[in-house]
Write a protein that binds this ligand. Sequence first.
Ligand code: SF4
Length: 347
Amino acid sequence: MATKRILTGMRPTGALHLGHYVGALKQWLALQDEYECFFLIADVQALTTHVDRPRVIEESVREVVLDWLGVGLDPTKPNVCFVLQSSLPELTELTAYFTMLVPFTKMEHNPTIRAELKDLKKSATAGFMIYPISQAADILLFSPYPPEKSDKLLVPVGEDQVPHLEETNQIARRFNALYGKTFLECKPEVGEIGRLPGVDGKSKMSKSLGNAIQLKDGPDTVSKLVSKMFTDPKKLHRDDPGHPQRCPVYLYHRAFSTSQMFRGRATKCKTGRLGCVECKKELADILNNFLEPIRTRRAEAEKAPLDTYLRQGTEKAREIGQNMMKVIRHAMHLDYPSVKSSLTKGG
Ligand code: SF4
């Protein structure tokens, strides 16, 4: 039977927000019944930006698990695993091997790395520069083996991560060419709305930029944040013709309204039959209705055995990872059976 597997993850650097939902979680939810899912809490990758704030990472692991449970991911299903990246040493080993397959200059030319470098206040560490390689290890460690044509390795990502997946597939192709067919190429799955802007209209929603609506935010906070949202600057009065395609509020409506509620909004905005104050009030109601069940499930999840979910998921991932590393070491002639067997025995 074909293996259909998902490997995807999030960095634990704070509670999750609507951008995470639109860019990733919505797809994860749709796929969790159909695929074997490994949802990675990328705490090692979080060090690329938070090496001086390890407590933030530690506390955020819990926040991320609560948010995942809040949106409806279900680690009690046998096919759904929550995995803690730092508990898989196989990932570190595979990253080391993959660094040998990528020219260093390639990292500097990766468009996502270049964009993120601009946001970094301090100079980037070597670990930051090679994080797309460690992401490739995260993904390819879970490549179904031996790779069959009908197998699938799907990676639901935000659109900014697509260049990293091309990098991953280049590594897979290079490895396969050098050492024999080992890895399947992964397939990106980008949501209908690749990226949700922040409430300030900036292209990226981020807690650190202070422009995020978090999944756990209460109704008053959500209404307040929406009321301050950036809109079309040319529409100052209700009857001014608006340009919804340039308005983040409109994009949020597209992401969270039912088709019935969304229908006709652009025309009303353009013809001056809808004002921004009213449009934002409606959006706040829509978002609060959407978030209410998430808040309830998140509060219930406070009593759930979060550590057990993480331990069980990580154990299953580790078993797959250990088996895959045997295959990889053998393919690379790094298994030295006569040496390693005596080391294991202590002889
Ligand atoms: S009416 Fe709505 S869609 Fe149109 S500019 Fe104002 S907030 Fe944006």
